[in-house]
Design a protein around this ligand. Sequence first.
Ligand SMILES: Cc1ncc(COP(=O)(O)O)c(C=O)c1O
Length: 421
Amino acid sequence: MSQKLAINGGTPVRDTSVKPWPSVGNASGRMLGEEELANLRQVIESGSLNRYGGAMMVKQFEEAFAERMGVRHACAVTSGTAALHTAVGALRLEVGDEIITTTVTDMGTMIAILMQNCIPVCVDVDRRTMLMDTANIEEAITDRTRAIIVVHLFGQPVPMDEVMQIADKYGLYVIEDSAQAHDAQWDDKKVGTIGHLGCFSLQQSKQITTGDGGIVITNDDELADHVRLFSDKYYDRTGANRGVMRLGVNYRMTELQGAVALAQVRKMDAIIGNRRRTAGMLRERLAAIEGIIPPYVHPRATHSWWIFSFQIDQQKLGCTTAEFARALSAEGLPFGTGYAGGIPICCYPALKEHKAYGSGNFPWEPPYGRDVQYREEDYPETMWAQANTLVMSWNEGLTEDDVEDLARGVQKVADYFGSRA
Ligand SMILES: Cc1ncc(COP(=O)(O)O)c(C=O)c1O
């Protein structure tokens, strides 16, 4: 006998007014504490809040992050968007050059491309994971394509050997948008270290956080110079060049952010370890429930669980994903459907209507660039996955007890619909 669903007047699995979920939005789901406070105290007492003085927290953070990733260079900036913009800026592309990327990402990926007056060309995703389907990349390449930005969505890597093979064949740069995927791996390689440049976000919800913040990594000495210069107004602090050689921005991380970032990077084993342990437990539990499709993780991928996602077998359960989601929500489970508005990101008006700047269509117009169109119907897998993927923001504060509630809730709803099907 299935239990009465909360949506039909039954008792919810979790009364969130009594037992709220730990959240990345506050201390309950974050590992912020004495270590961050001690570093901040040092910065404040030094009186130097800019990265070029005092306690050198930003520099220490960059060194610690580079060491952890096993790369030669790391440059801390003010956000994940800033990291991506800096990475694109460091490539020194022409106006109207094209960058291939995915339909499912944060607007930051698009901003980085458009702010350098380049044109995003989005390819459809793998419906199981919502990751860019690498089989679609080659047909999107034109004589204006210069780079690929892969997005390791939800903490899961894109199959990077396929991406790198295509990039090598066509001479393209690869930027890894690892904003959601700190410490995720493809085989034994950490994401962000496989392409030419890797970008991370330290925004409030990310695996490690400074509220807002970001970092760019690379093993390429020349790109590293341009990353440093671009994000620091192209001021050459080595003194080798007099005056500013190109156009840059000021994305310098402050010592206040650096103090927190340094403490956070030292906690990454614990933070990501917790996320992996609890997500692994839930994945196992969901795999045992009739009609539930647990998150697909490629056998060569190591996930770092920014978002936990799963799908349902609608035929077996005799319900739609939207109905299932509504029932879960009434049980007190914090699952929603889709990501970033539920549509391909390139179908946001700014892109679809070519309204990046002023009232013209720049850069999607001659003589600058191509009139690339973005239509929902060109991305059927994205449309399906956005409507049929259940997502929950994951965090390091979740416990075995929370996993138990999540598994019980999904089981209850699946049993109910399954028994009627
Ligand atoms: C995939 C992806 N790219 C870029 C960004 C932009 O990062 P930020 O919000 O730190 O600017 C985010 C942030 O959510 C993201 O998830």
